[in-house]
Each structure stands twice: as C-alpha cells, then as structure tokens.
Design a protein. Structure first.
Length: 320
C-alpha cells in the first residue's frame, strides 16, 4: 500500500515538531493495516480547488485485429475509448476531549492512546464506507442454488464451486488480474470469519504459509484457491437477519483490478489530518482552559464501482 502523507495540526504552534511527527506516524501505522476494502481500488487524487466531484477513468478495450497489414501501408488509427465515472466526495472526521493535565512539550501516553483510538475510528470509517459501496453491485450469486438473499438459510454455505464459477465469469468478461512479485495473475477476494472456514476444508486450498516465502503478501491474507487470493477481515459485510427465518447473510467480494475506484488518502495534499489542540485553544468555548482535544479528518472521500462485471458478490447463510 502506498505511504500516506499526514499533517498534524495544532493551535498556536504549541506542539514541538518532533512530537508532531511522532503522533502523525502513529496514526499512519495504526490505519494502514485496517484499510482492506480501500487497498485495491483505483486511486484518484483529491480534487484541488475543483468542487466536490471526482472523476474515475474507465477504459474500453480494443477488439481483435484479423486483417493483415498492407505492405508499407499503416492501418487506420483507433480511437482511445475512455469514459469517466463521477462521484461526489464528502469530508469525514471525529474527535475526543482529553484532560488539560497532559503534556504538550513531550510525548504523552494519553495523547498517544487518543491518537490510536482516533486512527482506529478513521480506518473503520473509511473501510466501512468503501465496503458498503462495493456491496451495492448487481452482479451477485447466492449459495445453495437460491435466487435471492431472503431465501438463504444457515445451511446455504459458501462453497469452492461458487468460487470457481466466479473465477470463470471474471475470465469470460476479461476482468484484468492483479500481479505481484513471485506470483501469477490472480483475482482478489475479501471474506469474513463466518465463511472462511468453509473454504479451508477444500483439498485445493493453499494456506498462506505454503507460499509466503516466495511472494509478497497482503495484510490479512490467509490463502489461495482457484486463482483467487483471499484476505480475511472482521469488517466483511454481514446482512443481519436478511435471510429466511432471520438468518444472517454474509457477503464475499471477488474482483479484478480496477473494478472500483477510491479517493487516494496518500499523495500530495494531505487528505488525512491528525489534529491535536491544547486546552485553552478554543477561546470562550473553553473559558477555564480545561479541554484539550485529539481528532482526525479526511478532507474528502468516496468510493465508486467502475466496472460492474469485474466485481462478483457471493452471498451465503451464516451458520449459528
């Protein structure tokens, strides 16, 4: 995952530079491992002075060339077919108040604890926003041969056959694969704890321990099956009580490269900020200089599905 550039903002410059850097780095290190849904999206920079709309690029591939080249005669050029998928960005953030007894001239464990909690919330927020957009796709398959979410029972488990069918579909629509050092092309899957054990019993399942010495691996990666790399997260989508007789339904995402887009949290512009304000910095809102605060802010974020056919959602019932 690319490195984020984060700014630590304070009031009246009361926080020494080295302390700012420490808390900024702490926020970064705590956020990164939790952004599993964000990680594989096509990333576009936050628009600078360009309103609230961001445009993601969507290209149309070229067909096969079956006519031989004429001797000394170049063929007609082909127009690059690129369309834009636009989405509206929005800011997000949160903060917490802390005691006025903490120190702002040195590293303070209370501030560090608050930054950790804020980074947890920031990562959870961005990951949830991204996940929920991805689960609005219409390319869905249901376990047990069912035709709707409402008919799924706790006996309708996620199966390796469903994975194979999803891979076949993605290959037929020419969904581009991910590539990493030491590996062949693969598709990505995001799966939750409620369903992953159903796949690990498949004899073709390859646990990450069997290949991690040869390949770069993702945070949360647990294994491979039929050309799909699986990452596990407790943030995988659950539809509570949406199945038959109130059965919870779990969603698993399998997708190719550039299936969806996200606003880049890294790069120029410091889209993500950690904000620490000492007691007394709020004027009349803090008349006795008693309330300090630690917060986080994302200036603008949105996720959007770019290629609906390159994203398959598998839904199954969750066993009690």
């Amino acid at each position: 995952m690319p490195e984020m550039n984060l700014n630590l903002s304070t009031t009246e410059g009361l926080l020494p530079g080295q302390v700012k850097k420490f808390y900024s780095r702490q926020l970064l290190e705590e956020m990164l491992p939790k952004l599993l849904h964000y990680e594989n999206g096509q990333k576009r920079p936050l628009p600078a002075h360009n309103g609230k709309t961001i445009a993601f690029r969507k290209y149309q591939g070229f067909g096969a060339v079956t006519t031989p080249l004429g001797e000394g005669t170049p063929p007609d050029g082909q127009a690059l077919s690129m369309t834009e998928v636009t989405a509206t960005i929005a800011p997000y953030g949160g903060w917490t108040g802390i005691s006025d007894t903490v120190s702002y001239t040195q590293l303070d464990p209370v501030i560090s604890d608050a930054v950790k909690l804020m980074s947890d919330q920031a990562a959870l927020s961005i990951d949830t926003l991204t996940r929920d957009v991805l689960h609005t796709g219409l390319n869905v398959r249901y376990a047990g041969g069912k035709t709707s979410r409402a008919t799924l029972t706790d006996q309708d488990a996620l199966t390796s056959e469903m994975i194979r069918q999803a891979v076949r579909f993605l290959k037929k629509v020419n969904a581009p694969q991910f590539i990493r050092e030491g590996s062949h092309g693969y598709y990505m899957a995001i799966v939750g704890p409620d369903t992953v054990y159903q796949l690990q019993s498949d004899p073709d399942w390859k646990a990450v321990a069997e290949y991690q010495a040869k390949e770069s691996i993702y945070t949360g990666e647990i294994g491979k099956l039929y050309g799909v790399v699986f990452v596990e997260t407790s943030q995988a989508k659950i539809f509570p009580g949406a199945g038959a007789a109130g059965t919870d339904v779990a969603g698993t995402l399998i997708f190719g490269r550039d299936a969806y887009g996200v606003v880049d949290l890294s790069g120029v512009g410091a889209n993500v900020e950690t904000i620490v304000k000492p007691a007394g910095s709020s004027g009349t809102a803090d008349p006795l200089n008693q309330t300090a605060s630690v917060g986080w802010k994302v200036k603008g974020y949105v996720a959007a599905i770019l290629q609906p056919d390159w994203l398959v959602r598998l839904e199954c019932g969750v066993a009690a």
